[in-house]
Structure formats: C-alpha cells, structure tokens
Design a protein around this ligand. Structure first.
Ligand code: PMP
Length: 400
C-alpha cells in the first residue's frame, strides 16, 4: 500500500506511541490531585507543555490543550466574538475555503444573527486581499483564515492579513492545522492573536490539539472548569498530550529536511503526471503551496471511479477533504476557486508524508497511468504510450 493521504491524518510516530503508553502506565493519575501520583502526572503535563510550546514558538502560558483543531477553532471564534462584543465588534470575517467544521459554525452563528462576511479566493485558491480589505470595518471582531488549505495545499498570505487585521483592530485567528510540520511556525513573532493546531497531522495521536492564545488576551472558555488556567475545563488528556509533545520533538529534529524532500517528491509527482497523461489540471499551480500537497483533476473524470481504481492499485489518496469524502457534494474549495459543480467533484488530492519515498512516487506515477490512462482514453482523449522519465531516476536525483 502507498499511503498518500497525510492531509487527512498521519501514522503515529513510534516515539509518540511509546510516550503515550508510558503516560498511561506511569502517569495515569489526575494532574490536579495533590498526592504523589498526581504530581507525577502534573510534571508530565508541564514537560509536554514546554516541548509543544518550543516547537510552535509560543510561551507555555499561551498554549491551551484541546481535543483538536475543531475544538480550537470553535473556542477561538466563539471566544473572540464574546470577548469583543462590548467594543461593538460583532462581525466574523472568514475565508470561503475554511475547513467544513468552521464554515458550519459560521453558518450556525449567522442563523443566530451574528453578521458574517466571507472572503473570496482567486482561481489559484489564494485569498483575495483587496476583497478582504473591502470587507473590513470597525465592527469586525475576528478574521479567521487557514494557514494552508487542506484540499489544495495553497498557503494564505498571513503577514498581509495580519497587517490588515491590525490596521482595523480585529483579531486574527489562523487555523494552522495543515501548516504544522510542513512549514516553520513561530507564534511569538507572527503577530497572530489565535492559532489552532492538531496533533494527528504531525504523527501524533487523534483527539488532541491546542489553541494558542496571545498573552494578554482574555478569551472566554468553551468548557468551564479549573484546568488549563480556567481556559479549558476537563481532566487533561495526559496520554494524548504526551504523544503530541513526542510528535513535536520528532518533527523538529528533521523539519527542514522533511520539507525539502517532500517538496522535491511532490514536484516530481506533479511533473510526471503532467508528462505521462493528457488534460491533467493542477489546482493552485501558480500559488505558494504546502510542500507535500498536489491536488489535480484528470480532465473530465469524476473523482469517485478514479479513487476506486487507485485504491485497487494500492494507492490511497482522497477527493478533497476526507471529512466530506463520504458524500458526492462538490468541493466548496474548488467551487470557490471558480470551478463548475462537475469539475468540483473531480479533485484528487495526493498528500505526501515525511516517510514517503522516491520509489513510492515512481510506483504512484505508473499506477496512476495504468488506472487513469484508459479512463481518459475512453473519454476521447489521446493518451500517449507510457515512457519512463527522461530525468534521472528520482532516488538517484535525490541522493545526488
Ligand atoms: N482544520 C483543518 C485545516 C483541517 O485540515 C482539519 C482536519 N481535517 C481540521 C481543522 C480538524 O482537525 P481535528 O481533526 O483535529 O478536529
């Protein structure tokens, strides 16, 4: 099996599994308990906080552990709206290509009477900064944008958005779920007020993540209770948090190399698909993208049969967001980029991981050709004979 669906989730790192088991065996007590076992759990939590904060470039006190990015996003938006209401800042501004969970929250708030504005993206999937600027006003409480899109990998212009937000006095919330471990992140120097992350996208466990809250911001909590400095109630998920910390340490060890290698492999995959098959459309090709993501459409082919064929060939990929893969609804991301409803049901996402090898990419190119070539031929397109790349073998090129 070749797993190229790392934007959906990643395999837990061995280091994370070891620390999680250790936390359950040795530090299973309640971190709020005053006795000796409680102290052991408390010190595990403090140690994990330091390590995650180091990786994300924030202070330990700015880190609130949550159940993942969906909760972090919800806490950020509801918290910001509540915190800023008294200033007359009641409006939420978010991009049209946010994660479905966040868009659903915005729709619910809108139905309840909260003013919501959606920032469009261009054909490349980049936020339209002029449109964002035009939507700003003294009533905006918070602007919410993702660091990079999970379907296309297109990165958002965070520095420019941060300047816009600052200029109008709005807070900026960044859903950085797809950015972690695929780009260097440094919260302290970013100027961003709120940032969501999730452990399972960087080889940590599911059901744990964090919201980074800039020092000095009074953000009401979603779950009331004493934990996390009154910001997130509920007994801490110590095994999950320990696994998250281990995943961060492991990611930090090889971050720059991983980014460079994934980018080289992704670029090769893209070039080879374009070379071997006709009518391959690459989404966001002109935009700055995550190093690991390639989202394409194979001419007129609907994604469902393509996914089925690739899966039978042992290549695990996804159509747009995994969270909506069960349905046949067109991708809201591709629609926002100006695709037709039919085209927006045709996106295929390849997302590489830090352990993806050159051999896997070469095998993927051949498997895609065998699976998709005949379908494109049946759709009336001229498909050339398969030929191996005139470039040096990928493994050799990367070793050089
Ligand atoms: N935001 C983005 C950009 C994501 O890709 C995901 C995961 N699909 C989430 C939020 C939700 O993260 P979690 O699974 O931790 O709730």
């Amino acid at each position: 099996m070749i797993y190229l669906d790392h934007n959906a989730t990643t395999e837990p790192a061995p280091e994370a599994i070891v620390e999680m088991v250790d936390a359950m065996e040795r530090a299973w007590a309640n971190p709020s308990s005053m006795h000796v076992p409680g102290q052991a759990a408390r010190s595990l939590l403090a140690d994990a906080r330091t390590r995650v904060a180091r990786f994300l470039g924030c202070a330990g006190a700015e880190l609130v552990f949550t159940s993942g990015a969906t909760e972090s996003n919800t806490m950020a938006i509801l918290g910001a709206l509540a915190a800023r209401r008294a200033e007359g800042r009641t409006r939420l501004l978010l991009s049209a290509v946010e994660h479905p969970g966040l868009l659903a929250l915005a729709a619910r708030l809108e139905a309840e009477g909260v003013p919501v504005s959606r920032i469009p993206v261009d054909r490349q999937g980049r936020i339209d900064l002029a449109a964002a600027q035009a939507l700003l006003g003294p009533d905006v409480a918070v602007i919410s944008v993702m660091g990079a899109n999970n379907e296309t990998g297109v990165r958002m212009p965070l520095a420019e958005l941060q300047a816009l937000a600052r200029g109008c006095g709005a807070w900026l919330h960044v859903d950085a779920t797809q950015l972690v471990a695929k780009a260097p992140l440094h919260f302290a120097t970013s100027g961003i007020e709120l940032m969501s992350v999730s452990a399972h996208k960087l080889h940590g466990p599911k059901g744990v993540g964090a919201l980074l809250v800039r020092k000095g911001l009074a953000l009401p909590s979603l779950l009331n209770g004493r934990q996390e400095r009154q910001r997130r109630g509920g007994t801490e998920n110590t095994p999950g948090i320990a696994g998250f910390a281990a995943a961060c340490d492991r990611a930090a060890m090889t971050l720059a190399d991983d980014i460079a290698r994934m980018a080289a492999l992704r670029d090769r995959l893209q070039a080879e698909l374009l070379r071997t098959l006709p009518a391959v459309h690459v989404y966001g090709a002109q935009a700055e993208r995550l190093p690991n993501t390639l989202c394409v459409r194979f001419g007129p082919l609907h994604s469902d049969p393509v996914l089925g064929k690739l899966e039978r060939a042992g290549v695990m990929v996804s159509s747009g967001a995994a969270c909506t893969a069960a349905g046949t609804a067109p991708s809201h991301v591709l629609l926002a980029m100006g695709e037709t409803a039919e085209q927006a049901q045709s996106g295929i996402r390849f997302s590489l991981g830090r352990d993806t090898t050159a051999a896997e990419i070469e095998a993927t190119v051949a498997a895609v050709y065998r699976a998709v070539g005949p379908m494109l031929g049946a759709a009336g397109l001229a498909v050339p004979e398969f030929s191996t790349s005139p470039q040096p073998a990928l493994a050799d090129a990367m070793a050089a």
